[in-house]
Write a protein of this length. Structure first.
Length: 280
């Protein structure tokens, strides 16, 4: 009986967590005068990608999805056995190289996509050239921002998880801030916390929803590979995972840009100088 009761409690925990998040988000929304609606963020993110689908999806494919797929293929990952076929030493070396490539190329791609998304949200025509130039100019500070973000959140998660979640919710839009306003590395972190003040419960609920959706779609490729041992199934698995990674990469950049745009426009408005500064 005790075992059954424990299983019921464990199964109910995710639903209780979501219910608590919804309650906290609704309470926060009633207290905070600034509008921050999850449905608006999701719909505007899809709309942003739709209006710049070629540059956004192509950038995500080249800088995020293909490097990840190439690394997995090079490592000889066997989805059915859930293990690498390469020796451990080579796996560690390849993972280190893959991490560096992801840091450099992935950061460039994310900055470019954020610049494109901000351009779309500002109501201007998409210009890939200026966005790429923006990404190259901001590559080094963006890399430092991502490293500080990763280290800070990782250390916070090690301290009973809660501090890591707080930092993640405080610094979530640090890259859009850096791209749009260019206040400097540390000032970008402070600015992100300033804009997200009073919207963090709703942001946490949004992240929870996105995580569930990503888990469902992200498992499609693995499930396809596990369902069959044929080479065609493995190729199909790689294609599916590449497409999912492409879409999630573009959605991540568009989503964070939309959150920044919505909060800034609600709290401060977007004046002409702010819009021009994006690609100055």
């Amino acid at each position: 009986m005790a075992v059954i009761l424990m299983l019921v409690v464990l199964l109910a925990l995710p639903f209780l967590f979501i219910a608590a998040l919804i309650f906290a988000a609704r309470t926060e929304a009633r207290r905070d005068p600034w509008r921050f609606r999850i449905t608006d963020v999701v719909s505007q993110s899809f709309s942003t990608i739709g209006r710049a689908r070629l540059p956004m999806l192509a950038t995500s494919l080249v800088t995020i999805a293909l490097p990840a797929t190439a690394l997995q293929t090079a490592l000889g990952f066997d989805a059915t056995a859930r293990m690498f076929t390469m020796p451990d030493e080579q796996v560690l070396t390849a993972l280190g190289i893959g991490w560096l490539v992801s840091l450099l190329v992935g950061t460039l791609g994310e900055v470019v996509m954020i610049a494109i998304a901000l351009d779309v949200l500002a109501g201007r025509p998409v210009q890939f050239g200026p966005a790429l130039a923006q990404g190259l100019r901001l590559l080094l500070p963006a890399i430092l921002v991502r490293l500080l973000l990763w280290v800070g959140v990782a250390l916070g998660l090690m301290l009973f998880i809660i501090p890591g979640l707080v930092l993640m919710l405080t610094w979530a839009i640090v890259l859009p801030v850096l791209v749009a306003e260019r206040p400097g590395i540390f000032a970008s972190f402070a600015r992100s916390g300033e804009l997200l003040r009073g919207a963090r419960w709703r942001l946490l609920l949004l992240f929870a929803i996105v995580f569930v959706a990503w888990s469902l779609f992200g498992g499609m490729g693995q499930g396809f590979a596990l369902a069959s041992q044929t080479s065609g199934a493995r190729i199909g698995s790689i294609v599916i995972q590449t497409l999912v990674a492409t879409l999630t990469g573009a959605m991540g950049a568009a989503g964070l840009s939309t959150i920044y745009h919505q909060l800034k426009s609600e709290r401060e408005g977007l004046v002409g100088e702010d819009l021009e500064a994006v690609f100055a």
